[in-house]
Design a binder for this molecule. Sequence first.
Ligand code: PMP
Length: 306
Amino acid sequence: MAKIYDHAFFDTKMVPVGEANLSVASSAVLYGLSVYTVLPIVRTASGFSAFRLPEHFKRLSDSAKIIGLDMPSHITFENFTHYLIQTVAANEPKENVFARATIHVSELVPGTRSRGLKTLLSIFLYEAMLILSADGVRLKTSAWRRVPDYAIPSRAKVNGAYVNSVLAKQDALDSGYDDCIFLDAAGHVCELSAANIFLVRDGILITPNASSDVLEGITRRTVLDIASELEIPYVERSVDLTELYIADEVFASGTSASIASVAEIDKRRIMMAPGPITMQLRDRYVRILRGEDVQSQALLTPLRQG
Ligand code: PMP
């Protein structure tokens, strides 16, 4: 289990993490009615920074909008940044951490609705423990299908929808694999339980497009941006499962997965070692996160107390 840091931002102030609690009668607990994001807080030569903070805030706000939740009125981007700075300062981490920021519906027993209800923000930090090993990941196609946009939109990062991920991930673990591959209702490839998927065929980087019932991952976006910079041709399109079986390289991307190369899918060997394009993309991604890539400094927001 990852270590959770002691101090959390909850509603309007910092509290001990054990006191950052929601009522059992809240919609957040009753229906999983909360939206969230997890972002890397990285230690660079000049202190702690948040990776792609505006994009994480935008996705959080967009998730609330899709589900029909009202953001608490004081949650502007500026205040959100300020609360994150407070959370990092209170915990004084010594290494990279993940920040989980959630908008919860805290209203008590309002029934199955979303609009006009009380909401609050929580932020806590935890150890940046990766959910997949960097190399040698083994995947199993799940019998559970990805929830489609017309049921619970994958584009919105809504807590309740993660029951779908839990079903598929646990089934993969029970079968001796590291994670699952979700297919959509038509049998096209979506993603893993909590990471996007990429493949390489004949030097071309391919990933399921944004209309493939995937979460629009911020690491996915970063990988595509890096590919552009490195002049690696890429395409976002629908992907068949059998294309993964015969791909030259397959990898997963995500805040909590980093860039993890896939060795095996459904007992088909993909690669013994990470392929050259995976390595190139991963090297650059890791350097960006460390603040070592001068061109990409703008992706890191310094978390300095003003
Ligand atoms: N897909 C799903 C279902 C996820 O939960 C995540 C993790 N947030 C991702 C993809 C990767 O997204 P990101 O790169 O923004 O972490």
